[in-house]
Design a protein around this ligand. Structure first.
Ligand code: BES
Ligand code: MN
Ligand code: ZN
Length: 493
């Protein structure tokens, strides 16, 4: 989609369609008022007929505007005349793009920057328009043999009183929605296409696009040399060789320590010998959403040319049942030297992440943030609204919470108290890989904490937020917005 910023007064524009707001007390937004004046009260005459409620998210299309170069007007209800919350602003934008999508036009002019939104300047409002529009324009068509209902829209023109701020918002919006779109696409791909090899190839493609990104791919033999006994045990049951993907973005000072992002890249999780139930197992192609979000975030950071050093690490593997697969009771030696008793082969995410955490040490990280579709338990605790956040550093967790609020990509912190470590005791090894039925999200994070003792670390459990289930099944691209905002905040600090 093509976006541009228009600073001329709305009533003077030529447009296929202009979107403007109206409040439930029938007051026009600034742009609507200007068009009304320019058309000698045409919009007022429509309102007087009682056709427009102005109720939040109601829409009305006027497809003839006499004496005007504006061909059509879409009214969107803004509700009570007071500043909108960011959430409601995003809802208004969702309703808008979904109505516009159906009209089969070539271009739309959006006049919605003039409504007040709590805590949002022109930059943040512009960014919301791009993020919400792109999210709703996204279609996964790669695997359809016949053309699907194509979206005709090509140009989106945003009318803005302040060109500079709107441009900042547009750039951020394009970078974030580009990262989100990449994460969604990789995640929606089926596991027979999106293999560990495919993810590694894609990392290479990103590195080829941006000068400041370099990629290194470790193969099974490399990982054997490093002693990654835990990661490789998960991979042993699969015909698809595991990869450990490293992306290094160098935008900061040579000597500044990197922010390390680790994403679980489990391209299909059958559970292994502790096989999952059949119903819904297709959704375990989404078990690589953490890895996809790392790729999306690095792409966004590079596109924004952020003055930071960032390392992305993606352990990529399948988890399959097989004659050589990991078995319950097996004891693994991780790269750290700690031994792990595998009591359930379906708790494999932590097994690939623990060796990656150990590996992360060699980058001398400033902070490490891992993102993983790690536990079904996070759905029980928090549902599909926030991602679970746990970590060993309050300042880092607070930074992530602050970023999540700006990014509309929520998180909720859970405790990581040492009492929970009791649940991971093993009779035969240093640690068990499961902690029983209570507090599954916390004990999974506690397991990881044993491998993150030497740095500031936070963990995002995105099993409830990385994709939607049911009739709207599809990836969300979360937490790319949160992470990109965290990086933007770090760049501005
Ligand atoms: N990838 C799953 C987590 C998951 C499950 C995400 C359901 C979304 C929906 C993870 O590898 C897993 O299987 N976790 C187990 C852990 C258990 C065996 C301790 C789980 O949550 O059931
Ligand atoms: Mn599993
Ligand atoms: Zn998994």
């Amino acid at each position: 989609m093509n976006y541009s910023i228009e600073t001329n007064a709305v009533e003077t524009l030529k447009a296929d369609l202009l979107v403007v707001g109206i409040y439930s007390n029938q007051e026009f937004s600034v742009g609507a008022k200007a068009v009304d004046d320019a058309t000698t009260g045409f919009l007022t005459s429509i309102v007087k007929r009682g056709d427009i409620s102005g109720k939040l998210n109601d829409t009305l299309l006027l497809n003839i505007i006499p004496n005007s170069d504006i061909q059509r007007i879409l009214f969107v209800g803004l509700g009570e005349q007071k500043p909108l919350t960011i959430k409601n602003y995003r809802k208004v934008l969702t309703v808008t793009i979904n109505a516009v999508k159906k009209l089969r036009l070539n271009s739309v002019t959006v006049g919605l920057l003039d409504c007040d939104v709590d805590g949002a300047n022109f930059a943040l409002k512009t960014r919301q328009i791009v993020e919400v529009f792109e999210d709703n324009i996204y279609q996964f068509t790669e695997c359809k043999s016949k053309p699907v209902d194509e979206i005709t829209l090509k140009n989106i023109i945003i009318t803005a009183p302040d060109f500079a701020l709107a441009t900042v918002g547009l750039e951020q919006g394009l970078a974030i929605s580009g990262g989100v779109g990449l994460a969604k696409h990789l995640a929606d791909l089926p596991a027979n296409i999106c293999t560990p090899y495919y993810l590694a190839q894609h990392a290479q493609t990103i590195a080829n696009t941006f000068d400041k990104i370099e990629t290194t791919i470790l193969d099974v033999a490399d990982m054997e040399k490093l002693g990654m006994g835990s990661l490789l045990a998960v991979a042993r049951g699969s015909r698809e060789p595991a990869k450990l993907i490293t992306l290094e973005y160098r935008g900061g000072d040579k000597n500044s320590k990197p922010i390390v992002l680790i994403g679980k890249g489990l391209t299909f999780d059958s559970g292994g010998i502790s096989l999952k139930a059949g119903a819904g197992m297709d959704e375990m192609k989404y078990d690589m959403c953490g890895g996809a979000a790392v790729l999306g975030t690095l792409q966004a950071a590079a596109q924004l040319n952020l003055p930071l050093n960032i390392v992305g690490l993606i352990p990529a593997s399948e988890n399959m049942p097989d004659g050589q697969a990991n078995k319950p009771g097996d004891i693994l030696t991780s790269m750290s030297g700690k031994t792990i008793e595998v009591l359930n082969t379906d708790a494999e995410g932590r097994l690939i992440l623990c060796d990656t955490l150990t590996y992360a040490k060699r980058f001398q990280p400033e902070v490490v943030i891992d993102l993983a579709t790690l536990t079904g338990a996070v759905l029980v605790a928090l549902g599909r609204v926030p991602s679970g956040l746990l970590g060993n550093d309050d300042a880092l967790c607070n930074d992530l919470i602050a970023a999540s609020e700006i990014a509309s990509d929520s998180v909720w912190r859970l405790p990581l108290w040492e009492e929970y470590q009791e649940q991971l005791k093993s009779n035969f090894a240093d640690l068990a890989n499961i902690g029983g039925k209570d507090a599954g999200t916390i004990t999974a994070a506690c397991f990881l904490a044993n491998f993150a003792e030497d740095f500031r670390w936070a963990h995002l459990d995105i099993a409830g937020t990385a994709w939607r289930t049911g009739s709207a099944k599809g990836a969300t691209g979360r937490p790319v917005p949160l992470l990109t905002q965290y990086l933007l905040n770090r760049a501005n600090a």
